[in-house]
Write a protein that binds this ligand. Structure first.
Ligand code: 26M
Length: 824
């Protein structure tokens, strides 16, 4: 199958070279004599892009002719990373390209490295959407992604004097992977008012009038599947002033500046990704982004449906729309508005279509992340939508009242409108009421939403509306692309690269758990990956780390619930222990490199303080001659997808240590294990299912359980809260000023000592240290350690995003793959 599609790629490296030269000399208008790596990257990308276009068009045609159901994945975030390497591997032409580039005097790695990440996301939620696109295309599902084309993705993080500094990520200078569709535009309305009137037949009509119009322009990004010609589409909307809106009156009357200002105001809508992860701040521009994107996407989806000339009742048989968290929930209201106000359907018929079309995925239980919009703000920006929400709520509450007539409190609890000052629209409740399925992203998380935040809705709708789809990751990017040598070794033992499409084939590896030769190769690959990361650490931080040391990695967004503070307190404890040892005792210790990476939301002061502490600890520890190689502390600047591809394959152990019940799933835990690293973690999110799959001997679990968290918090507040004695020593050292001005860290320490230790750092600290000691011991026996790693990888098949997407397709979307025909 691999070779079958080669005809659609380049036949030889000479073919490829010719195309690169042609693009350098024509598209880029440069001469080959001054073709630098940047130009070579652009030309190579354009050459691959050209190859994708044919299959992309055929895929769209195939979908149109087959006239079946399509899936639309609505996400405000797509954390795509780089496209060239991925396109080369998915098309199966990387070796051809390597040869061609070599002939032209370039190393393919240097060319790949020229690409700027497409960083249109914050963290887990955005990267999950990107993995899903890869699986949808690779499995031949007729699917579209819809998002916003931010001019600025997630900010670039710089570390200056130990502090995070945010630098704008202007990434669109030249992006060969997007196709502007200046002919695909939608006018989007905001503000204005609602008028009710009787039409000539005496029918009640509603029209939304006045306000302002902004134009949405489509930009399309091809999504190539792996080992299939299927190439799906990611459509990103960009905002600009509507032509009528560019005020010619102002312009002609000489008010040039204010007409340019209008232009810029329109462009502001898609200008910047909100850099919060798990925090909602209710800013008007964010709601504008949401409606702009949702309205443009629905217009597109409805237009496509209408071309088929089917009855409206067939809409849910043709269209499945998945809401990636509550961010696109306005789509529920917008579709109801289209059917009601524009298409003239009756309320009940419209609502039945709407609620059969949508599915809603919840990604967090953190209360501060649950989206709410103030009613006055809504009223001003989207007056008609607010009316429809009130009506949805009325009908919903009436059915609840009928079903549970005696439960007055229940109505207030489940109302989509919170009766606060000001009133608020609860988006998660709206999403539940407007969808036919609601899912969490790991078993524990799906259980938790049913028993806590959405408990009343389970009672109202019954348990079948709520389900679990455990997250997954694409093995193409997170094994084959990030760790080519490991992928090759696995291929050599499992009968080729088939495991990349059927990850359960990894099972075959269990046969080699005691194979000396295999284990040697395995260890060599891990070592080489650590050398590669050590080089990156040297060039970016100027710290020399020993690749033979145990690499202990925690890379993810910085958040108190993810407990990077517990990790760094543990590092300080290790440092103090080393300082108190005799030289003989020190010789018995396993050298360790503690590596951190991740961005803090710009307004999240505590998270920024954690980064500051990590850097200050590093500054002290890394130059202490008593410590030497025994401990190094590294903070890697600007963690992103392309850096993850270097970091993850180099871990011996990675940390997934959230307070139990707070991390919905986690997905980097899966990436680390798939790359032959072990994990230390709490009984939270997907860690639990990873343990079930790989066996509890192969994971270092510790800490309190989710079911005990509530009681512990209660006891912190109303009982006496004594701090763990080892943690107290760490705090003493911080207060002494060993890591710089103690005042800088008083809030971090105070949150635990004086303010209830909401995330249970002190409660879990002792068992955390104890478990880290077990890690040290286990690492000393390399032979057994490697066996654990191999066994774990062999059992990771379940965590492919292919399995995950197939579950969505079957249990939520009711869609089938559309296989390319023979000879296609
Ligand atoms: C909300 C309002 C305004 C601005 C931004 C937001 C917002 C953005 C991202 C809120 C939440 C966001 O993401 C939540 C998230 O990333 N959740 C993670 O989802 C992953 C994929 O399911 C899980 O693996 C992680 O456990 C979960 O934290």
């Amino acid at each position: 199958a691999w070779k079958k599609y080669a005809a659609h790629g380049f036949k030889t490296k000479e073919d490829f070279e010719k195309e690169v030269v042609r693009h350098v000399e024509t598209t880029l208008a440069r001469s080959m004599f001054n073709c630098d790596e940047g130009a070579a990257y652009s030309a190579a990308s354009l050459a691959f892009r050209d190859r994708l276009i044919t299959e992309w068009n055929r895929t769209q045609q195939r979908q149109t002719f087959s006239d079946g159901k399509r899936v639309y994945y609505l996400s405000l975030e797509f954390l795509m990373g780089r496209a060239l390497d991925n396109a080369m591997l998915n098309v199966g032409m990387k070796d051809v390209a390597r040869g061609g580039l070599a002939d032209l005097g370039f190393r393919i790695e240097d060319i790949i490295d020229q690409e700027h990440d497409a960083a249109l996301g914050n963290g887990g939620l955005g990267r999950l959407a990107a993995c899903f696109l890869d699986s949808l295309a690779s499995l031949n599902y007729p699917a579209w992604g819809y998002g916003l084309r931010y001019r600025y993705g997630i900010f670039k993080q710089e570390i200056v004097d130990g502090y995070q500094v945010e630098v704008p990520d202007y990434w669109l200078d030249f992006n060969p992977w997007e196709f502007p569709r200046h002919d695909v535009t939608v006018d989007i309305q905001f503000y204005g008012n609602v008028r009710k009137y009787q039409d000539s037949q005496g029918k009640q009509q509603v029209s939304w009038e006045g306000g302002e119009i902004v134009k949405a322009v489509a930009f399309d990004v091809p999504i190539p599947g792996f080992d299939t010609p299927a190439t799906n589409n990611l459509r990103l909307w960009s905002s600009k002033a509507a032509s009528g809106e560019f005020d010619f009156q102002k312009f002609n009357s000489g008010d040039y500046e204010s007409s340019v200002a209008d232009q810029q105001r329109a462009e502001t809508i898609s200008a910047v990704l909100y850099p919060n992860d798990n925090l909602d701040r209710g800013k008007e521009l964010r709601l504008k982004q949401q409606y702009f994107w949702v309205a443009a996407s629905l217009y597109d989806i409805v237009r496509r449906f209408k071309k088929s000339k089917r009855a409206w009742s067939e809409f849910p048989d043709q269209v499945a729309i998945q809401l990636n968290d509550t961010h696109p929930t306005l789509a529920v209201v917008e579709l109801q508005r289209i059917l009601l106000d524009l298409e003239g359907l009756e309320w009940d018929e419209a609502w039945s279509i709407v609620s059969q079309t949508f599915g809603y995925t919840n990604h967090t239980v953190l209360p501060e992340a649950l989206e709410k919009w103030s009613v006055p703000l809504f009223q001003n920006l989207l007056p008609r939508h607010l009316q429809i929400i009130y009506e949805i709520n009325l009908y919903f509450l009436q059915t609840v009242e009928r079903k549970f007539p005696k439960e007055r409190d229940l109505l207030a609890r489940v109302s989509i409108i919170e009766e606060s000052q000001p009133k608020m629209v609860r988006m998660a409740y709206l999403a539940i009421v407007g969808s036919h399925k609601v899912n969490g992203v790991a078993e524990l998380h799906s259980d938790l939403i049913k028993t806590t935040i959405f408990k009343d809705f389970v009672k109202i709708f019954g348990p079948d509306k709520f389900t679990n789809v455990t997250n997954g990751i694409t093995p193409r990017r997170w094994l084959h692309q990030a760790n080519p040598r490991l992928s090759e070794l696995i291929a050599s033992k499992t009968g080729g690269i088939g495991f990349l499409k059927d990850l359960n084939l990894l099972n075959e590896l269990e046969k080699y758990v005691d194979d000396k030769e295999f284990k040697k190769e395995w260890a060599e690959i891990k070592y080489a990956n650590k050398v590669r990361l050590a080089k990156h650490i040297k060039t970016t931080t100027d710290v020399t780390v020993n690749p033979s040391a145990l690499f202990d990695i925690q890379v993810k967004r910085i958040h108190e619930y993810k407990r990077q503070q517990m990790n760094i307190f543990g590092v300080i404890h290790r440092y103090l222990t080393i300082k108190n040892m005799t030289p003989e005792e020190r010789k018995k210790l396993a050298p360790r490199v503690s590596i951190f990476g991740g961005k803090a939301a710009p307004g999240y002061w505590m998270a920024k303080t954690i980064i500051h502490l990590i850097n200050n600890v590093g500054a002290v520890v890394n130059k202490d001659p008593d410590v030497g190689d025994l401990l190094k502390v590294i903070f890697l600047e600007d963690y992103n997808v392309s850096k993850a591809e270097i970091i993850i394959p180099a871990s011996d152990i990675s940390e997934h240590i959230s307070t139990a019940g707070t991390e919905a799933s986690g997905t980097s835990n899966m990436k680390f294990v798939l790359n032959g690293g072990l994990i230390i973690g709490t009984c939270d999110g997907a860690n639990i299912e990873i343990t079930r799959e790989i066996g509890e001997d192969n994971i270092f679990l510790f800490g309190n359980l989710a079911e005990d968290v509530e009681d512990l918090r209660h006891s912190h507040t109303y009982g006496s809260h004594t701090i763990d004695s080892d943690l107290a020593k760490v705090f003493e050292e911080i207060k002494k000023g060993t890591f710089g001005d103690a005042g800088a860290f008083s809030a971090l320490v105070g949150a635990i000592e004086d303010h209830g230790d909401y995330y249970l750092v002190s409660d879990d600290f002792n068992t955390y240290l104890h478990t880290q000691a077990l890690v040290d011991e286990a690492y000393k026996n390399q032979d057994e350690w490697i066996s654990k790693c191999i066994t774990s990888v062999a059992r990771m098949g379940f965590f492919s995003s292919d399995r995950c997407i197939n579950e969505y397709a079957e249990s939520i979307w009711n869609v089938e793959p559309l296989a390319p025909e023979n000879g296609d």
